[in-house]
Design a protein around this ligand. Structure first.
Ligand code: ZN
Ligand code: ZN
Length: 227
């Protein structure tokens, strides 16, 4: 893609920003802010539209003409929806998968997510433990690739939320990143199958009970036979 001239300066930053944003969603002003283009929407609109157009031309995609002036090339990159915070793009899943596969993602720490959750957020597990959930563990695409492969039950204790809670538990599980992001150089790119595992919140909290985290194998050895 790079050698074909499809990706221009700033495009990978733009795509990576969207990838790591909550639910892979962002508004144009959020993108321009984060990438340092100021707070106007125009640069993000232009970048997304032009990139979409280059990809569409390269793949000979036909765009349904919305109107003559603006065929809406951004739709190659994202879906769009009006939300209270403004028109919001959601990075297309196929593109998000390609970014993982082609190792094109730029680490989330290089961006500023002022309106969104920080790259690493703490979520409370009961009153006792906090678990650091990194950007890959929260990313919906990386998560669903992991869950599609390993299923939705905990790889440590086997807990299955749907089995226990019925419908409301369906699809609920944490995803644990096997490698500590802090110990990984900037070269590192996530491999959802190699590096992520579904774990229940209890086991997740126990994995992070030590720093660096326990391995899955270590935690399995800790399990008390009859508990
Ligand atoms: Zn578990
Ligand atoms: Zn974890």
């Amino acid at each position: 893609m790079l050698s074909d001239g499809i990706l221009k300066k700033g495009n990978l930053e733009l795509l990576s920003y969207m990838f790591f944003a909550d639910e892979c969603e962002a508004t144009a002003p959020q993108i321009t802010n984060a990438l340092g283009y100021g707070d106007k929407a125009a640069p993000a609109n232009a970048a997304l539209g032009n990139l979409g157009k280059r990809i569409a031309k390269h793949l000979a995609l036909e765009m349904p003409e919305r109107d003559k002036k603006s065929p809406g090339w951004w739709q190659v990159i994202a879906t769009g929806e009006h939300k209270p915070r403004g028109f919001t793009w959601r990075l297309r899943r196929e593109l998000a998968e390609a970014l993982i596969e082609l190792d094109l993602l730029i680490e989330p720490s290089s961006f500023d997510y002022p309106e969104l959750a920080p790259a690493s957020v703490s979520i409370r597990e009961g009153a006792v433990t906090k678990v650091q959930v990194n950007a890959y563990e929260r990313n919906p695409v990386a998560r669903s690739i992991c869950i599609e492969h390993y299923g939705c039950s905990c790889v440590v204790c086997g807990f299955d939320f749907e089995q226990k809670y019925g419908d409301i538990g369906k699809g609920f599980i944490h995803v644990h990143h096997l490698r500590e992001l802090a110990s990984i150089g900037t070269e590192y790119q996530v491999d959802p199958l190699k590096d992520l595992r579904p774990v229940c919140p209890n086991c997740h909290a126990m994995l992070h009970r030590r720093r660096p985290a326990f391995s899955i194998e270590e935690l399995l050895k800790q399990l008390v036979a009859d508990a």
